[in-house]
Every structure is written in C-alpha cells, then in structure tokens.
Design a protein around this ligand. Structure first.
Ligand SMILES: *Cc1c(COP(=O)(O)O)cnc(C)c1O
Length: 235
C-alpha cells in the first residue's frame, strides 16, 4: 500500500517537474494538503513528512483538527463554501480563507477575527467556468469585490482562487487558469498587492502551475480517495 509520505513525495515531484518545464522555481509553488474527511492522525503523518499547510472544507471538522494538532504549529486554510453563520469559527480557527465571493462574508470575517491574531489571509474565488452551480464571483464583478475586501482592516487580500469544471482537455484548463492569472495581473496593475493564485487540484496541477499557480490544493493524490463528508456537520 502506498503511504502518505510516499504520495506526498510523488506530488512534490510532480510540482517540481511542472515548474521546471515552464522555467519556474518550484519553491514558488506551495503545496496545500487537502485533509478534509481524513482524521487528525493522517494530518500528523503528513506533517511528520514535512508538510506544513493543510486545507479543510468543513468548519467544525477543520477547527477540531486544528485544535487537536495545535502543538504541531501547522497552517490551516479554509477552502470550502462558507455560510455567514459559520464565519466566527472560521475567522479564529484558520489562517487563510480561499473562497471569498461576497462582501458580506468578508466583512463578518474581518469584524470577527480576534484582535490578538494577525490579519486573516484571504483569496477571492472567481467562477471562471461560468457554471451556475459553482461558487465564486463572476469575473466581471471580481475587481469591485477585490477592492472592497482589500480595504477591510482585519483581512489581508492575498489573491484569487478558482475551481474550474473538471476536464481532460488541457487547453481548456490552461485557458481557465490563464483567465485567473490575467485577472490577478489586472488587479495588481490597479494597485492591489496580490501574490497568490490558488489553483490546481490532484488532476490538474500541471496546467495550473504552467499558468502561474502559487498554491495548489491537493487531496486525493496525497491521502487517497475521500471518505464521505462528515454527516453531522454539513458545510
Ligand atoms: C477537495 C478540494 C480540493 C482537493 O481536491 P482533490 O481532487 O482531492 O485534489 C481542492 N480544492 C477544493 C476547493 C476542494 O474542495
């Protein structure tokens, strides 16, 4: 059976190869290990193999794991959809939030972030595929939201995030990721200090890295096929 450390090493090798293929320094790409549905022990195993940043989709599950593993000094990223009644828990249990797509959610996170903690790092999620069912702000509305979020005192807007529709078509994936990169470049030109493109998952990190990803979010390729989400704590 393949172990978590072996799979981690394989993913790091994929990241390094994809970065070198396009002339980028592999160190520019941070691997976010998506540990949703996996127990704290799996996270501990990955941490022992040198993994520092972990992504979670479910508020209570993620907050519990972060608390259990506090002594490990890990970095926790909330990457799931976020309802306004869950913002307080997220604002204080996590270091990053990737899926900001409404000003109201950002305002609540800023107001609820503990004053003793550093500002919360956030990314705005952009719906690059235009799928009705997907979260994310429409590309045309991203700039207005970004400027408003950047002005909130307890948040630090780091960049943009996307989840394109799954596809085996590399050219299509590249086009979606390139759209997010151009949007970020536009916002930087407008004066926002953004350094992050959160894009690429287990099946498409190569295309994302080729288009400038600085954070890839990888679950299955590290931990294996996911278990059912925790039924007791939806979203
Ligand atoms: C689950 C999830 C991932 C990881 O997906 P894999 O295909 O398992 O690598 C990445 N990003 C988000 C937002 C997710 O919900």
């Amino acid at each position: 059976m393949t172990t978590i450390p072996a799979r981690l090493q394989a993913v790091r090798a994929r990241i390094a190869a994809a970065a070198r293929a396009i002339g980028r320094d592999p160190a520019e790409v941070t691997l976010l290990a998506v540990s949703k549905t996996w127990p704290a022990e799996a996270v501990r195993e990955a941490a022992a193999a040198g993994q520092h940043s972990f992504g979670e989709n479910y508020v209570q599950e993620g907050a519990e794991k972060a608390a259990t593993l506090r002594a490990c000094g890990l970095e926790w990223h909330f990457i799931g959809p976020l309802q306004s009644n869950k913002t307080r828990a997220v604002a204080n249990a996590f270091d990053w939030v990737h899926g900001i797509d409404r000003l109201k959610i950002a305002e609540r996170l800023s107001a609820q972030r503990d004053v003793h903690l550093p500002p919360l790092d956030v990314c705005i999620q952009v719906n690059v595929s235009g799928e009705q069912s997907k979260g994310g702000v429409a590309p045309a509305d991203a700039a207005a939201l970004a400027h408003a979020v950047a002005a909130l005192p307890r948040l630090r807007l780091r960049g943009l995030m996307c989840i394109p529709e799954p596809s085996a078509d590399q050219a299509l994936l590249r086009a979606r990721f390139a759209q997010l990169r151009r949007l970020k470049d536009q916002l930087v030109a407008e004066g926002l200090a953004l350094d992050t493109l959160s894009m690429g998952m287990s099946d498409d990190i190569e295309a994302a890295i080729a288009e400038g990803a600085t954070i890839v979010r990888v679950g299955t390729a590290i931990f294996g096929a996911r278990r059912a989400p925790p039924a007791r704590h939806p979203a």
